[in-house]
Design a protein around this ligand. Structure first.
Ligand code: HEM
Length: 437
């Protein structure tokens, strides 16, 4: 069923539709105008690119041809010059420092943390099942993503910081969401929310600088990401305190919410598809019996991985992202002048009926055997693709495998679950699952 085109209002353009359900507004825009759709967004004009090859060409274009769009500026107060938001030399340096720490091989070291955290969730869900309670898949997924991120970044010395960081960062995330579609930037006038945001930002700074300081002085040779970043050197030396703070906060925030939402959607989808679930359970039992899976074994769980990929296709946590052209840009039939604000929307690309059979249907076998479609970009493309992709996939595959091996999942959400797009895409309402051993 095609999605209605968004109504465009004088001056506001499609802002009201974007505030309500931005992913559907973009899908409707593509349905109405095709591969190069444009719409007014308050003072801006958006260009939605619907052709995967054009999207990839833009994402691969050189730094003199395109940069991240103004949406990323709204993240700057929190992420600073971390690798998500920085441009040019500052980005290149941080990316070069972080990338070697998150290669497929390097992330294997975090498999035991992922396994131990998932075991804690299994124990909690067993208790809930014994009481006859349903479990909240979003809450469980957020627990796994938060614990894994905190432990991967800060190791064990993080217990006290964990709760405080979680609370402060939730405030900051709410602030980012508020700024996203605001016509008058709430950054520019006083409000209780702005006061809360300032206090939360100060709390994050104090905590993260404290953790950095401890790593520098205690001399412990731990293997967490923060220690590795503190030790990292390039020709210009080590990262400064400020650069470390920005990168650590970036990794903490960019990795957590996205992975949590992806895991929540995956568990909900598997709970709704008993055949896929049975096949997944059998695969895990065949490959690892009742042992704790290793990172290496995770690679052999091809059906589990296909279920995760199909979930990322249907519900890409980063449902859109933006670029601005810096000079005239041409790819295929699309010609853009300098200064054009472009939107690449995985939500739209992943649901094009001409590129995917029955795009709304959960069918993991699409991802078996052949290389993924060029229209599948949940982690972006080009040099600024997701640096945490391998950690995210390892976490999603291992957690899904262990949870489905431990329980028969059944979707018992009383209302239909849909996707709500804020900063990331999340299931709404939170899926409630019956978990039987
Ligand atoms: C399912 C989980 C995840 C999804 C769907 C996801 C998606 C994405 C996407 C689409 C981008 C590119 C944005 C753009 O081009 O404008 C991106 C960038 C990024 N992601 Fe992820 N991500 C996930 C998990 C993670 C994790 C676990 C980490 C950190 C450990 C992480 C850290 C980053 C960073 C630092 C960038 C910026 C890279 C750069 O610009 O050089 N992400 N992510």
């Amino acid at each position: 069923m095609s999605v209605a085109a968004p109504t465009s209002w004088p001056w506001l353009g499609i802002v009201p539709a974007m505030r309500r359900a931005p992913h559907l507004a973009l899908e409707g825009l593509w349905g109405q105008q095709g591969d190069h759709a444009t719409a007014r967004l308050g003072p801006h004009r958006l260009h939605l690119l619907g052709d995967p090859e054009v999207c990839r060409a833009l994402l691969r274009a050189g730094e003199d041809e395109q940069k991240k769009s103004f949406f990323y500026d709204k993240l700057q107060p929190i992420f600073g010059q971390g690798s998500l938001t920085a441009q040019g030399e500052a980005w290149r340096r941080n990316r070069a420092m972080v990338q070697p720490l998150l290669t497929p091989r390097a992330v294997q070291t975090y498999a035991p943390v992922i396994v131990a955290t998932t075991e804690r969730l299994i124990a909690r869900w067993r208790e809930a099942a014994a009481r006859g309670d349903l479990v909240d898949a979003a809450e469980g997924a957020a627990f796994v993503a938060r614990e894994v991120t905190v432990r991967a970044l800060f190791g064990d010395a993080s217990e006290a910081a964990n709760a405080e960081l979680t609370e402060a960062l939730a405030t900051l995330e709410a602030w980012i969401a508020k700024r996203f579609w605001a016509l008058v930037d709430p950054e520019h006038y006083w409000s209780p929310a702005r006061t809360r945001q300032r206090a939360a930002a100060a709390a994050v700074d104090a905590l993260v600088y404290g953790l950095i300081e401890r790593r520098r002085t205690d001399g412990s040779d731990t293997d967490d990401l923060l220690s590795r970043l503190v030790r990292a050197r390039d020709d210009a030396g080590a990262l400064s305190e400020r650069q470390l703070r920005d990168e650590v906060t970036t990794l903490y925030l960019a990795g957590q919410e996205t992975t949590a939402q992806a895991l929540a959607f995956t568990l909900w989808l598997v709970a709704r598809h008993p055949e896929a679930q049975t096949r997944l359970r059998e695969e895990v039992r065949d490959a690892v019996a009742d042992r704790s899976p290793t990172g290496d074994e995770a690679r052999r769980l091809v059906w589990t991985r296909a279920c995760v990929e199909e979930s990322l296709r249907l519900y890409p946590p980063v449902w859109s992202f933006g670029r601005e052209t810096l000079c005239p840009f041409q790819a295929g039939a699309v010609r853009l002048s300098a200064g054009t604000t472009c939107v690449v929307a995985p939500w739209v690309l992943h649901r094009r009926p001409d590129l995917w059979d029955d795009p709304a249907v959960f069918r993991p076998e699409r991802f078996l055997g052949q290389s993924a479609s060029r229209a599948f970009i949940p982690f972006g493309a080009g040099p600024r693709n997701c640096v945490g992709r391998d950690l995210a996939m390892l976490e999603l595959v291992l957690a899904t495998a262990m949870l489905v091996r431990a329980f028969h999942l059944e979707d018992c959400t009383p209302e239909p679950v849909t996707a709500a797009a804020l900063v990331s895409l999340k299931p709404e309402p939170a899926p409630l699952l019956a978990v039987a051993a």
